[in-house]
Design a protein around this ligand. Structure first.
Ligand code: HEM
Length: 467
């Protein structure tokens, strides 16, 4: 970093030193390219070939390469991956794709209104690498390590037959959910332009991690200061497996219901959602719910990956050269939040003369870290000066005094159209209030952060109706 970092791409040379710390894919990854060519990396992560990345790169151009030094482009650079093609064919066409490889797709708003349990095929997808090849269940073994030492192996059969299955309902949300709103006012924020659909609510079934740790012979008290490091079968350009960790102190509290899932909504996991095993940490943001798990480690240290150490941190420092990532904690739990998913922003609704009412609809979460459920959902038509109560139409029935709630609620609000003029824009905002009275207090301006994470300013839509 002291001596500047140069890379080449096509016919040009770039000095990317000042961009390294702001790279959304992490400093570790971008540094792999230092002194070399970007072509191979951009082929592996093709979203770099999009206009906004190319425009960003162009700001750092410092010269052009001598003709003899340019990379010769192969005519058929794209290998067709048959398994990937097949998955694409099978995938729901209702998902809203934001990026093809690694695949990033939002849950369609139609599944964020009435479907309290999101159908598996309609759940958002946020991959960090290419989807790994489907493993053969006959030969698959989950490896367990203690730090760097092998401790045990389990077949899928062992996990399904030797442990009491445990089912938990969890709303999984990407910590970048609603980043689109932040990007509208802070265009420098990089990353996927999620609206409010990086969220879904499902049942997961699998082995309780507490049962697994006991089976491994651990005294839970003795390991409470360690970390559960989890690795997925998906790999990056360096051949490194996707890796994250969660503190064991969280995992060993039975109220947190952490499981290694092999089924979702009662069916075997599908490849898009982590077959054969997915770590489910109810209430924790998507990235900690590692997919395609093949290895667990009981470790003295947290995971060393960029996903743990850099990418999922809430950093409000605006001068990226001043950032010391080690000073910030990784994001674990999702937050109290909500969205209006009907009508869509700028939608025009036709109202029948005989039944002059329209409904707003949407989702709301409580405080998943504490497990406190949503008590009320409130709507405002005057930019948050006054709030009115919406009706909660779907919620999990669970004894919240003796257990935690990790699931969203769905709600609706009936608008009496006589209060408003037709053909005039109406702005509606929503906020969630949990059982402790906590709510969404911060405005979008206060929520700026480098990676555009955890936006929970009250969500608004502007719409009109026509009679
Ligand atoms: C993501 C820029 C080099 C790996 C991104 C994004 C940008 C970017 C703008 C966010 C894309 C979006 O809008 O969603 C650049 C530039 C580079 C560079 C300007 C060169 C100067 C690299 C290299 C690697 C890499 C060399 C790999 C070795 C990644 C990954 C992500 C990413 C994995 C996705 C992170 C995630 O979604 O978790 N990069 N990048 N990048 N980049 Fe780069």
């Amino acid at each position: 970093m002291k001596d500047r970092i140069w890379v080449s791409y096509k016919d040009s040379v770039y000095d990317i030193t000042d961009f390294i710390k702001a790279h959304p894919g992490g400093t570790e990854k971008i540094l792999l390219s230092s002194g070399g060519q970007l072509e191979g990396f951009f082929k592996f992560y093709p979203f770099h070939q999009k206009d906004h990345v190319q425009k960003l790169l162009s700001q750092y151009k410092i010269g052009i390469l001598h003709e003899d030094d340019r990379v010769k482009q192969s005519a058929n650079g794209n290998d067709i991956d048959e398994e990937e093609e097949m998955l694409k064919q099978l995938r729901s066409k209702e998902l809203i794709t934001l990026q093809e490889v690694p695949l990033i797709a939002e849950t369609n708003p139609i599944y964020l209104r009435q479907h309290f349990i999101t159908p598996v095929s309609e759940m958002f997808i946020r991959n960090h690498q290419k989807i790994p090849q489907r493993i053969d269940p006959e030969y698959f073994k989950l490896k367990v390590f203690e730090n760097k030492n092998k401790k045990a192996k389990y077949t899928l059969d062992d996990l399904k037959s030797n442990f009491q299955p445990k089912t938990v309902m969890s709303t999984i949300a990407c910590s970048g959910n609603r980043r689109g709103g932040l990007k509208n006012i802070y265009p420098t924020i990089q990353g996927n332009n999620w609206t409010y659909g990086a969220i879904a609510n499902c049942y997961f079934t699998g082995v309780s991690i507490i049962d697994l740790l006991k089976d491994l012979g651990y005294d839970l008290e003795q390991i409470k200061d360690k970390h559960l490091v989890v690795e997925g079968l998906d790999i990056d350009v360096q051949g490194k497996h996707f890796q994250v960790s969660v503190p064991i102190s969280h995992v060993i509290d039975p109220l947190n219901e952490v499981i290694l899932a092999y089924a979702q909504n009662g069916e075997e996991l599908i490849q898009d959602h982590g077959y054969p095993l997915r770590l489910i940490v109810p209430g924790f943001v998507g990235v900690r719910n590692c997919k395609w798990v093949y290895k667990l480690s009981i470790s003295d240290e947290e995971a060393t990956s960029a996903q743990q150490k850099e990418n999922y941190k809430f950093i409000q420092e605006r001068d990226s050269s001043k950032i010391d990532y080690s000073k910030y904690k990784p994001i674990f739990a999702y937050i109290i939040n909500s969205a209006i998913t009907y009508p869509l922003d700028k939608e025009s609704m036709i109202v029948e003369k005989d039944s002059p009412c329209i409904y707003l609809k949407g989702w709301a979460t409580g405080n998943p870290h504490l497990g406190t459920p949503v008590k009320e959902v409130q709507i405002s038509f005057d930019n948050g000066q006054t709030w009115e109560q919406a009706q909660i139409t779907h919620k999990e029935v669970k004894d919240h005094k003796h257990s935690k709630i990790f699931s969203w609620v769905l709600w609706e609000y009936k608008i009496d159209v006589n209060r408003f003029q037709s053909n005039q824009p109406i702005k509606a905002s929503v906020r969630s209030v949990d059982l402790n009275g906590d709510t969404q207090l911060k405005s979008i301006e206060e929520l700026y952060n480098l990676k555009g994470l955890l936006n929970n300013s009250p969500h608004s839509v502007e719409f009109q109706f026509v009679i």
